[in-house]
Structure formats: C-alpha cells, structure tokens
Design a protein around this ligand. Structure first.
Ligand code: NAP
Length: 309
C-alpha cells in the first residue's frame, strides 16, 4: 500500500512531489507519455517568479524533478489506465497491474489540440505554440497568426496585439464560436484581420528552421496562398487527460475534474486533482504549481485524519 501516488510530472505533479517528499511521505510519481507536461515543449519561460532572466521550460522541469528526488520522491515511466475506489484506499491501474494507495494526486494535465499538419512536433517552440501568454512577448513588431474561432482564439489574438505588428485570425468557418462580447471586441480591433473559411495547409520555415510563413487554403475555393507570419498560435482547445477516471470521478461537460469546496479534493475521498486537469481557466505554470502544493497538503491532511501518515 503506497501512501501517496502522483500521476503526472508537469508543474502540478512535481510541486506535489516536492511537498509530499519533504513531508516524508516518499511519493511514487508516474510520468506518463508527455513527461514534464506542457513546459517541456516550450522554450524560454519568463513569467515563473524567481528567475529574473527567465529559464528554459525543460530546465525548470528538470530542476523541479531533481528537487523532488532529493527529498525521496520515486519516479517511474508508466501511464495510468484505470482507477477503482475501495473503503479506505483507491487502486490505480498501471500497465495492466493494480496498485493500492491511501491517497492519489492526479496532475495528468491537459493536452493542447493541434491541427495534425506535418512537422508540428518539430516546430513546437520554433514559431509554433499553443500559448500566447507564454510566447507572445517573443514576437514584437512582426506578423503572427492565431488559429481557431472560440473564446481562447479571441483572447489570444487580442493579447497578441500588444506585441505583434499584425494578428491574422484564421478560422475554418465564416463566424466565430466565441461569446458575442469577445467576438465583437476581437473583430473591432484594427490590428486583427480575420481570414474566414480557411485552414493552414503547410508550415513554411526559413533556413534556421524557424517559422516564416503559412500556406493558407481557402476551404470554399480550395485555392492556396502564402502569408508571412513569424509564429502560429494554435487555439483550437485542450483535452484534459482524464479518460482513465471516467465513471469514477466527477467531471464537467468537457472532462475536467471537479474540485470540491475550494480545495483540491475530488468526489472520491483521498483523491485530489491539481493543475490543468482541473483548471481550464488559468492554465499557467505557477497556478499549476500552486495547486500541486495544495494537493500535497490536502493529501497529508487526509492521511493524518486516517491515522496513516
Ligand atoms: P472551443 O470553444 O472548443 O473552440 C475551439 C475553436 O477551434 C472552434 O472555433 C473550432 O471551430 C476550432 N477548431 C477545433 N478544431 C479545429 C481544427 N481541427 N481545425 C481548425 N479549427 C478547429 O475551445 P476554446 O476556445 O479553447 O474554449 C474552451 C472553453 O473555455 C469554452 O467553453 C470557452 O468559452 C472557455 N473559455 C473562456 C474564456 C473566457 O471567458 N475568458 C477564455 C478562453 C476559453 P468551430 O467553431 O468550427 O467548431
């Protein structure tokens, strides 16, 4: 019987690991198929407090992991595929085997949806991103584009007008899905130019492998044209990584885990949720870390209430 199992090694999972390891709980942490979470695929992180010159995303993650290991956190590469509850513990299915634990911290994150165009993985961090808050400030006085027609796309496009010389909003239909107020504000912004009924057919790069333009396809006429952009911000939604917990944990209509009463507790005693798996509003490294800390404290309290620390 484990005391604390943590699923996920993004900011939320690793912060939970640091806190529970320092509480002498020797957490067992599972790294899934996207180890390090979304930060591991970004470049410079300039908004995580404490790094006045910024820090590379993968380095920040490696530091957090080393910090957790220093206090006794144990790491294994494996995906969780199922969850069962029992009277005073839960069981997680890891590579076909069931493991029992008194507490479980789910920090499995959310994965950005991508367009499914060739070379997407290779271009991430080289002019292709899913986070304007993280990367917008790197693209000052150059043209960029946002793909999508929802609230996220509108929010990102509006935010990017602070930096970019021009923001193309590429949408596959001729009207926005976003709330009316967001849509109106976006379309009224003189720096934003919507490109309707269009999709990106190809990413075009310069000699250094950085984004220089996109090949746009008009979905009505099938005609292609090239548009210069230094960065493509894909904002077509996120998918929370909660499939293994369906039917056991309460979720909202988009599959995000529901937390109870201002804590990280889920509807199952001893199971806590932290970071993007439960938060589709803030989605920042620092807010995920904050929730990871809270989940570790909640788990510790649960163990002491059960007399099991
Ligand atoms: P969303 O509402 O699901 O919108 C996704 C957009 O991407 C849609 O316009 C969709 O086109 C487009 N899209 C999806 N797959 C695509 C593909 N393969 N190729 C091209 N376009 C594609 O997602 P979201 O904007 O991330 O918002 C998610 C939730 O968070 C929503 O409930 C939203 O209201 C909320 N949110 C709220 C705020 C806020 O209030 N400040 C900010 C951000 C998000 P179609 O329209 O054709 O389906």
């Amino acid at each position: 019987m484990e005391k604390v199992i943590i699923l996920g090694t993004g900011c939320a999972g690793l912060t939970a690991a640091i806190y529970s390891a320092r509480a002498n709980l020797s957490p067992l942490v599972f790294e899934g198929h996207e180890p390090g979470g979304q930060l591991s695929t970004t470049t410079m992180v300039e908004n995580f407090p404490g790094f006045k010159e910024g820090i590379m995303g993968p380095e920040l993650i490696m530091n957090m992991k080393a910090q957790a290991e220093r206090f006794g956190a144990r790491f294994q590469y494996a995906d969780c595929t199922g969850l069962k509850k029992a009277d005073h513990h839960v069981s997680v299915q890891i590579e076909g085997k069931w493991m029992d634990t008194r507490t479980l911290i789910i920090a499995s994150g959310a994965s950005a949806k991508w367009l499914g165009i060739e070379r997407e993985r290779e271009l991430t961090g080289h002019g292709l991103t899913s986070c304007a808050t993280c990367d917008g400030a790197f693209y000052r006085n150059v043209p960029v584009c946002v793909v999508g027609g929802g609230d996220s796309a509108c929010e990102e496009a509006t935010f990017l007008t602070r930096f970019a010389s021009k923001v193309y909003l590429i949408h596959r239909r001729d009207s926005l899905r976003a709330s009316k107020i967001m849509a109106d504000r976006t379309l009224a912004n003189p720096k934003i130019e919507p490109i309707w009924n269009s999709t990106i057919a190809e990413y075009l790069t310069d000699a250094e492998g950085e984004m220089r333009a996109v090949k746009l396809r008009d979905l009505k006429t099938n005609a292609d044209r090239e548009t210069d952009v230094k960065c493509v911000f894909v904002a077509i939604g996120h998918t929370p990584n909660t499939a293994p917990f369906k039917g056991v944990l309460s979720m909202d209509e988009n599959g995000y885990l529901l937390q109870q009463g201002g804590t990280t507790a889920t509807n199952v005693p001893g199971v806590f949720a932290a970071g993007d798996v439960a938060d589709h509003r803030y989605r920042q490294a620092i807010t995920a870390s904050g929730q990871g800390c809270a989940a570790a404290l909640d788990a510790e309290r649960h163990l002491s209430e059960q007399g099991a620390e």
